[in-house]
Structure formats: C-alpha cells, structure tokens
Write a protein that binds this ligand. Structure first.
Ligand SMILES: [Zn+2]
Length: 242
C-alpha cells in the first residue's frame, strides 16, 4: 500500500557506533523555540502528538547538518509494552524504553506537504528515554494525557518549550532516512542525540494508559507503536563527536 516503505533509505536503523565516523565538518545545532507556538495535544490512535503553529518562522532548528533553518511542526513519542524496549533506533544492540521525535520542516519548500517530497525536506531530532530518575519537565506532558485518553481526542496544550526535554549534551549522529510511519517518505535528515534523557518507570507506564481505540469502542491499550529497524544499505552515518 505504501511503495516508499520499500525504499533504500528507510528508518529506523541499528546504530553500530564503532562503524560511525566522526565528521569534523558537522556543526553544532541549536533550537530556538517559542513556547507560545505550542497549540494542542492529540491522541492519533498510534501515539500522542503535540502540535505547534508552523505558519511562520516561530520555533526553529538550525545548524548541525542542516542547509538552513527548519520549523518545528510537532513532536511525538514511541514506546513499548515494557521498559526493556520501545525505542525505534537501537544503539549497539540496545533498545531504550522510548524515543521522542521532534519533527521540523524546511520552509524553503513553502509547505510541509511539499517538503515531504525533498531529501532534505524534514529534520527530526530523536531523543532516547531511559529508565531512572523521574523527569519533572516530562510530567507536564503526562499530566495532559488524561484529557486525550482515546483516539481522536485533542486538548489545548500551550506555553510549552520542548527544549526543556533535551539532554545537556548536544552530541549527535546523523543520517538520511524516512518517517517510521506510513507512507514512510524518505525526506528526513535525522539528528539522533547520543545522550538519552532519564524518566521513571512510572512515567513510561503512564504512556501505556493511552488507548488506540476511540471513545465508543472496546478499550485497546496503545503499547506498541515502534517500527522495527530497516536495512542500512549504502547509507553513511556520521558523528558530530569523537
Ligand atoms: Zn516518530
């Protein structure tokens, strides 16, 4: 049904860190987010998504491997049925409990839809979540989930700057890939952050209280929303750090 999903540049992938070369030409990246651009939080039936106003250059990602500034459109999360898996990418065989994706698009292509047709149309920051101490900033999101329990529910979610979720270290791996959900367009410059953030087991458990079913349907927990890893093929991964 989705021909792109059979392409040679699919995501996620397995990262084998000893095979990834340091590229000294990779610049540091920076995010300048306007907390006023956060609009709503939505249960898509596959994940929850926080949606931002991207009608002008408000919340922007710059630098790194990117050819110009990119606009933040949404972020969402992938998780599993238990704490020992849930991330989409794996690092040296390790799967994290969850993976956060911040989706930005290149306004040079005028619309989000048009950017999906370009190799450098979209930039996604991927952040791994590992189990440990509770993270206060993450709780702001979790507290909103009760309002969007079932598929299709949406609630206001404003005054939120997602850079509060970033790890302190900005080191990253980068490669050319795709969306991990259909139609899996191959338009993504990935920036996968080397350092995970830490959240508690209880916090990840809260994600599993979301339902993939609609309000009037028998309840089905939303617990497996990660795509298995895909072949690397001829692609090159680069590291911003030694
Ligand atoms: Zn994702």
């Amino acid at each position: 049904m989705y021909p792109n999903a059979k392409g040679d540049n699919q995501s996620p992938i397995e990262l084998h860190t000893k095979d990834i070369r340091y590229d000294p030409s990779l610049l540091p990246w920076s995010a300048g987010y306007d907390s006023g651009s956060a609009k709503t939080i939505l249960n898509t039936g596959k994940t929850f998504r926080v949606v931002f106003d991207d009608t002008y250059d408000r919340s922007m990602l710059r630098g790194g491997p990117l050819p110009g500034p990119y606009r933040l459109r949404q972020f969402h999360l992938h998780w599993g049925s238990s704490d020992d898996h849930g991330s989409e990418h794996s690092v040296d065989g390790v799967k994290y409990a969850a993976e956060l994706h911040l989706v930005h698009w290149n306004p040079q292509y005028n619309t989000f839809k048009e950017s999906l047709k370009r190799r450098d149309g979209v930039a996604v920051i991927g952040i791994f979540l590992k189990i440990g101490r509770e993270k206060g900033e993450f709780q702001l999101l979790l507290d909103a989930l009760d309002k969007i329990k079932t598929k299709g529910k949406e609630a206001p979610f404003t005054h939120f700057d997602p850079s509060c979720l970033f790890p302190a270290c900005r080191d990253y791996w980068t490669y050319q890939g795709s969306f991990t959900t259909p139609p899996c367009d191959e338009c993504i410059v990935w920036l996968l952050l080397k350092d995970p953030i830490t959240v508690s087991s209880d916090q990840v458990a809260k994600l599993r209280t979301l339902l993939s079913s609609a309000e009037n349907e028998p309840p089905v927990p939303l617990v497996r929303n990660w795509r298995p890893t895909q072949p690397l093929n001829c692609r090159m991964l680069r590291a911003s750090f030694k």
